[in-house]
Design a protein around this ligand. Structure first.
Ligand code: BES
Ligand code: ZN
Ligand code: ZN
Length: 483
């Protein structure tokens, strides 16, 4: 449980985590109690703590242990840096045995309290469903955390969003054969049950065939799982208010298909529904926070598997839009399922803007690494606005270009368009995005390529442990509430 309360240090059983900047050297301390500050100052000097970034030392004040956490220079502190430091403190050996802690921020401001809350929920998350060790080892994260600050209404929202980040991570982290299409359908049905302002449209195999979702069906052709399109239309604003559509790539597993992925690339491919998981979590966020907008939440769910029916390299497939598509590579399947769903929504609902979120290309890792999501957009206003939300939430995002000549890269000799580019992998993220752009027409559209940011392999990254990160949920929650 996380609670924000203004009082400082009355809970005798807890440890105080004092988050400080280098200002601590100048005697700047957070409490309003002079006597306490004096004691604290002495204890800090006794252990030579200077508030440098990464510094972490315990000291004692009266009967209470105080874990000192440094953030460095005050004007260089990012939201991410606070999350990293607080996560480290919460998971450290210093706090192993305590069930409740009080965290005292270096400043009582939303920019500081918000990342502390996030670190206490997102930072301590660990996926241990299938680890059968002792209970206390399995759950390092179930501490009561009190953040010492003046409560603000917005913190409840911050907590809801953070919990839903973890909700999405659970969906991604579990086995592909657990969180498959029918499971995700059940999850979505559960979320909207009893909600009056949401209507659900589920396209099953029959409906997808009747509507001619040729690309999505082709991708799923080698799988024994059911294909699905899950669409939730949420009305948080008036009838006449425009809709924004959020569209998630939901490949519950991506083997690559007949262009089979190799060892080293295939093991984490249950993460290929991270976009859809984010969209489902955002639906929950919209309902819980009663976001005052009209929003379409849409997921294209399929599995890229192989059997004798699997779609084949060289095939030409007719898309929902009517465009024919040459399958240059069965592993470039995300753009296929998204293309059908994007054109369907745009035709049917005419949303004012569309944002898709997808683990689309390995190339985005080459371009930007693992800390920045790649964005491509056909609309500067939408792009700028999303970038603002990205920096407000520190969900780091970088815009990559889109320009008319890119169209040449995805020309086909046998069809209207091809699902891989003729550039032999060069600019793989922008050519993939260009493929999507061919299906959105003039609708303002932005594409978030989260292939580099959605999943942590091996050790922790920033303040995320191994596995899914739930990237995009904070960014888009912010966007939905502030743009
Ligand atoms: N799902 C992958 C992209 C991916 C890579 C996600 C790494 C997460 C981590 C996508 O479907 C894919 O396989 N893309 C290919 C496209 C290529 C065949 C043109 C890629 O990036 O290699
Ligand atoms: Zn693929
Ligand atoms: Zn994929």
């Amino acid at each position: 449980m996380i609670k924000v309360r203004p009082e400082f240090g009355f809970d005798r059983s807890s440890v105080i985590v004092l988050v400080t900047s280098e200002q601590v050297k100048a005697g700047k301390l957070p409490s309003k109690n002079k006597a306490l500050d004096q004691e604290l100052g002495k204890a800090i000097r006794a252990v030579h703590f200077e508030g440098g970034n990464g510094e972490m030392v315990t000291t004692v004040v009266g009967e209470k242990a105080v874990l000192l956490v440094g953030l460095g220079k005050e004007n260089e502190i990012s939201r991410t840096a606070i999350c990293v430091a607080v996560r480290r403190a919460l998971l450290s050996a210093h706090l192993k045995k305590v069930s409740s802690v009080e965290i005292v921020p270096h400043r009582d401001a939303a920019e500081t309290v918000t990342p502390i809350i996030e670190a206490s929920i997102i930072g301590v998350y660990a996926w241990k469903k299938y680890v059968s060790s002792k209970k206390e080892e399995r759950v390092p994260d179930k501490k009561d955390v009190y953040v010492v600050a003046v409560p603000r209404d917005e913190y409840a929202g911050v907590m809801r969003v953070a919990e839903n980040v973890n909700f999405a991570r659970d969906l991604v982290n579990d086995n592909a054969d657990v969180t498959h299409s029918l499971y995700l359908e059940k999850v979505v049905r559960g979320i909207v049950r009893g909600e009056k302002n949401v209507s659900l449209e589920i396209l099953d195999r029959k409906k997808l065939q009747a509507k001619k979702f040729g690309l999505l069906l082709a991708v799923n052709q080698g799988s024994n799982k059911e294909p699905r399109v899950l669409l939730a239309r949420y009305r948080g604003a008036g009838k006449k208010a425009p809709y924004i559509a959020l569209v998630g790539k939901g490949l519950t597993f991506d083997s690559g298909g007949l262009n089979l992925k190799t060892t080293g690339h295939i093991e984490t491919m249950r993460c290929d529904m991270s976009g859809a998981a984010a969209v489902i979590a955002l639906l929950k966020v919209a309902l819980e926070l009663k976001i005052k907008r009209n929003i379409i939440f849409a997921c294209a769910i399929a599995e890229n598997a192989i059997d004798a029916n699997a779609y084949k390299p060289g095939d030409v497939v007719i898309s929902y839009s009517g465009k024919s598509v040459e399958i240059g590579n069965t592993d470039a399947e995300g753009r296929l399922v998204l293309a059908d769903l994007l054109s369907y929504i745009i035709k049917k609902d005419r949303p004012a803007q569309v944002v898709d979120i997808a683990t689309l290309t390995g190339s985005v890792v080459i371009a930007l690494g693992h800390d920045y999501t790649g964005m491509v957009s056909n609309n500067d206003v939408l792009a700028e606005s999303l970038l603002k939300s990205a920096s407000a939430t520190d969900e780091r995002t970088w815009r990559l270009p889109n320009y008319p000549e890119l169209k040449e890269a995805i020309k086909s000799k046998t069809a209207d368009i091809k699902n891989i580019s003729n550039w032999r992998g060069a600019g793989g993220t922008i050519t993939a995005a260009e493929f999507l752009r061919q299906f959105v027409g003039d609708t303002p559209w932005a594409h978030l390529d989260i292939a580099g940011t959605a999943f942590v392999e091996n050790d922790a990254r920033l303040y995320y442990g191994h596995g899914a990160t739930g990237v995009g949920i904070r960014l888009l929650s912010h966007y939905l509430q502030n743009s």
